[in-house]
Design a protein around this ligand. Structure first.
Ligand code: RAM
Length: 586
């Protein structure tokens, strides 16, 4: 090695080491600044607590938490007792398809007809063969078929690969090399390889899938034998009972279509609890539950599933009394690991709406102490001036999957929304005395909002740190009742016209934006917004509404690959609610 090369290498090495040191140092500075800010916020919070939550109220909260902790196992028993029945039906594929690239199609892939199903059945299959069955609609359930033999018996097993797809992209693209998928397992991608020994035989695949398409590839077989497929069918399941579907007359074919897709989305997520997505995560999430329950009251009116979902969350509350954001049913009831701040605030909201929709006062009374217990934790994020500021890493401030969203304004509104509804629930149950102090909390929050977050010049509510304005910031302030009079319509209209404002990326976020437009007295804008957002998915051929949809970037994914997105996600069923509900006259 020449001296010159050596010198260059030493310089490079040194440079690398400086960069590394600078990185570590800046990380340390940022982390300590974040820590210091969180500590400062915590100190402010205690001041707020002292001011708004008198000793008697603090004692009520403590008693409610103790009561709740003691009721958890009884609540889980109640969850088990109201497990809804699943309705099953057989569905056969309607055609064979192939997937072709097409720039005009959703995510660049289109499924086009490729022959009649019959042409694939009772046909001899060999290594390398590939078939894609199209069941004509999105389904959740299992798959069964029969292996048939021919004149030459098999002398070896066959190995088949199955791919289940909600959208054509899942049939066309390979799995990404495993890396960091934000903690998500690539096993959510519905692909299986099975080895089969017997021909003829009846087969039922062991797992449940969410799909419209099923691809079958023959990976290995033998020239020393013949086999084929017959009687391919899906056994679809849901706890939505079509016989209970509320009649509804659509004002137009466009709305009829949108409502049908929304209702199918809901139907396929209605299992033994409300699942968020039957492909992924296949479990109960509190934020999703609220929106599913609202659409359910207008459609299938299955009250058992709401009750079970509420009791499952209640029974798996953690030892601090927090209702976790998610919960599992299988293999046994279990709490999930997520602590989304605003989801905890939505527990009381969901109980209130359940009471209003079905009149089950006994359940609402039973769960009331847990609604009160949430306040203890939620109030710990509000400063002395009545403004929410992040207090540390123990919470997940979600609001939506938007990258770059400063969540301050939206959290402020979402918390106020939860407090307001808790107060309302207390009034309905004759327990307003337990939470009377919330009026004071809300008054302070309204004052804090107008002093610290309202920007008169811009006509919007903006975050303190960076002046960021977002769709969901305005929406949540309106829904939380923190905007005064004309401010409501003004901020909503302004944000709609602001190209730089951060937009929601999921139908969940768009649901709340649409709702806020209605609340702000802008029904025409609300209806137009819903039609342009969900309508775009309809135009792109959605069978069910997707977990995430950014019209300008169809491959957008919070998980770094659209293969992990769920394409039947219950928090997207808004049109079934907005179009049918008497609250939103059309
Ligand atoms: C995702 C899922 C789920 C949602 C959470 C916050 O994992 O989409 O539906 O509630 O995020």
């Amino acid at each position: 090695m020449s001296a010159k090369t050596k010198a260059i290498r030493t310089i490079r090495r040194k440079r690398k080491s400086y960069v590394r040191k600078a990185f570590v140092l800046s990380w340390f500075v940022c982390a300590s600044m974040g820590y210091a800010a969180a500590q400062a916020n915590r100190a402010e919070v205690s001041e707020f607590r002292r001011a708004v939550c008198p000793a008697a109220a603090a004692e009520t909260i403590r008693v409610c938490r103790e009561t709740s902790l003691g009721r958890r196992s009884a609540w889980l028993k109640k969850a088990e007792a109201c497990k809804p029945e699943l309705f099953r039906r057989e569905v056969v594929p309607v055609r064979l398809v192939k997937v072709v690239p097409d720039k005009a199609a959703f995510q660049g892939w289109r499924a086009v007809p490729n022959g009649a199903v019959d042409s694939a059945l009772r046909r001899m299959l060999k290594r390398g063969d590939m078939l894609i069955f199209d069941f004509g609609e999105h389904l959740v359930g299992s798959v069964a078929f029969r292996f048939v033999g021919f004149d030459k018996a098999m002398d070896a097993p066959m190995r088949l690969k199955f791919t289940f797809a909600e959208v054509p992209l899942e049939l066309a693209e390979d799995e990404p090399p495993s890396a960091d998928w934000r903690g998500l397992s690539l096993a959510w991608i519905q692909r299986e390889t099975f080895t089969f020994d017997n021909v003829p035989s009846e087969v039922k695949l062991p797992r449940r899938y969410a799909f419209r398409y099923m691809k079958v590839e023959v990976i290995a077989s033998t020239p020393g034998g013949k086999f084929g497929l017959d009687d391919v069918k899906a056994i679809a399941e849901t706890s939505a009972n079509e016989k209970n579907l509320r009649p509804w007359r659509a004002p137009s074919p466009e709305e009829a279509k949108m409502e049908e897709i929304a209702r199918r989305t809901l139907r396929d997520c209605m299992q033994t609890v409300f699942e968020d997505g039957p492909k992924r995560d296949r479990r109960l999430w509190l934020g999703d539950l609220r929106l599913e329950a609202l659409a359910n009251y207008e459609t299938y009116r299955n009250f058992e599933i709401v009750k079970r979902s509420l009791y499952l969350l209640a029974g798996t509350a953690d030892d601090t009394g927090l209702v976790r954001s998610d919960a599992y049913e299988r293999p046994a009831f279990r709490r999930g690991g997520c602590r989304i701040l605003e989801y905890a605030a939505f527990f009381a909201v969901t109980v209130l709406e359940y009471l209003e929709a079905g009149g089950d006062r006994e359940t609402a009374e039973d769960l009331w102490p847990l609604c009160v217990a949430q306040l203890d934790l939620l109030l710990n994020t509000i400063g002395a001036d009545g403004v929410f500021r992040p207090v540390g890493k123990e919470w997940w401030y979600f609001i939506d999957h938007c990258p770059g969203l400063d969540r301050q304004v939206a959290e402020q509104g979402a918390l106020a929304f939860g407090f307001r509804k808790t107060l309302e629930l207390g009034q309905k149950l004759g327990r307003e005395g337990d939470v009377a102090f919330l009026s004071n909390v809300l008054a302070r929050m309204a004052q804090g909002t107008s002093r610290r977050l309202w920007n008169e010049e811009r006509g919007m509510f903006v975050c303190e740190k960076d002046g960021q304005a977002s769709y969901l910031g305005q929406a949540w302030i309106v829904l939380g009742g923190l905007a005064e009079g004309e401010q409501m319509a003004r901020c909503m209209k302004t944000v709609l016209a602001d190209a730089k404002a951060v937009r929601p990326v999921s139908p969940y976020g768009h649901h709340y934006f649409t709702e806020a437009l209605y609340v702000a007295g802008l029904p025409r804008e609300a209806s137009a917004h819903m039609k342009s957002y969900w309508g775009r998915m309809v135009d792109l051929g959605a069978d069910t509404f997707w977990e995430v949809f950014v019209p300008e970037d169809e491959r957008a994914s919070p998980y770094r690959t659209p293969l992990l997105n769920s394409y039947c996600h219950a928090w997207s069923c808004a049109p079934a609610y907005f179009l049918r509900s008497a609250k939103y006259a059309h």
